[in-house]
Design a protein around this ligand. Structure first.
Ligand code: GLU
Length: 308
């Protein structure tokens, strides 16, 4: 089966070093496997979309020599496919309506002796499951729709993180498929889009490792392929927080791509496999230097991960 990877940035602002690391890992893995890479703008959370950031992301990736195959797609292009997948889950009796607010869920979580901490999973205790409100065409616009999850542990082998076990029912609970504002939830959208794009391999930041078990459950109940996964360490601030717009990550400098490319390659521990620093200076013009970088980094990635 031909390798198909993808990079799915959220259009919530300009790319920064952390997003370049994710793009680089996905791109190098696809190149090292002789595969293809899809670029999908993950605009599923329309409330967080920043105007023009999708165009800026495409420009920035291009300036840094990231290449993809085929047209750039956006998640909301496939809203009909998301609706279709949701309808199949409804038909199977796996979806119910929920009117709990985040504050109510947090309060319940605290009374159960598992107070929510920043960055930890919000556990939904199944409060609305018994009421079994079923989606119908009439009204109900103020409800979120949840998947009744399977009991038991989900186990899988992540190519970078190793063996992962998560009990979704115990650790996360029934999760949202469609939000109260009508938007499709990330998990539903991403599994439908990955299947539609024929994705065989997901390579992304390890901040998303904890979402994989949920996505695997959804892939199974929807009868979709379960891609291999590889979660690489995200870039963190000195205080340990993920580099992001919220932690004031500076935008990539498209005029000076080599510096960020080298920093990203070093973060991905490719420094021991090729001397990236020699590419920072010298007679090559920028475009040649970027091409040389990608050729050498691909060989380095293949060695590091024993590919080919
Ligand atoms: N859009 C997500 C992000 O930027 C990535 C989604 C994914 O790779 O599954 O964090």
């Amino acid at each position: 089966m031909r390798y198909v990877g993808r990079f799915a940035p959220s259009p919530t602002g300009p790319l920064h070093l952390g997003s370049l690391v994710a793009a680089m890992a996905a791109s190098l893995d696809a190149r090292a496997h002789g595969g293809i890479l899809r670029l999908r703008i993950d605009d599923v959370d329309t409330t967080r979309v920043v105007a023009d950031s999708a165009d800026r992301i495409v420009q920035s990736l291009t300036a840094h020599g990231v290449r993809w195959d085929g047209a750039v797609r956006t998640t909301t292009d496939r809203n009909d496919c998301h609706a279709h997948a949701f309808a199949r889950l409804v038909e199977r009796g796996l979806v119910y309506g929920c009117h709990c607010s985040r504050a109510q869920i947090l309060a319940i979580q605290a009374t159960q002796g598992r107070p929510h901490t920043r960055g930890s999973e919000l556990y939904y205790p199944g409060t609305c499951r018994a009421a079994r409100i079923i989606p119908s065409s009439a009204g109900q616009s103020n409800l979120a729709w949840r998947l009744q999850v399977e009991e038991g542990s989900e186990q899988f082998e992540d190519r970078a993180a190793g063996r992962i076990t998560q009990d979704v029912a115990q650790e996360v609970g029934d999760f949202i498929l469609r939000r109260a504002d009508g938007a499709w939830a990330y998990h539903l959208a991403i599994v439908v889009d990955d299947a539609a794009d024929g994705v065989t391999d997901i390579v992304r930041g390890d901040d998303l490792l904890g979402t994989t078990a949920r996505q695997r459950q959804l892939q199974r109940v929807l009868g979709l392929q379960l891609p291999r996964t590889m979660h690489v360490p995200v870039v963190r601030t000195p205080s340990g927080e993920k580099l992001s717009k919220q932690t004031q990550a500076p935008a990539l400098d498209d005029q000076n791509p080599m510096a960020s490319l080298i920093a990203a390659a070093l973060h991905l521990e490719l420094g021991g496999y090729f001397d990236a620093s020699e590419l920072g200076e010298g007679p090559l013009v920028t475009a040649q230097r970027i091409d040389t970088f990608w050729t050498r980094a691909t060989a380095a990635w293949a060695r590091r991960w024993g590919i080919g």
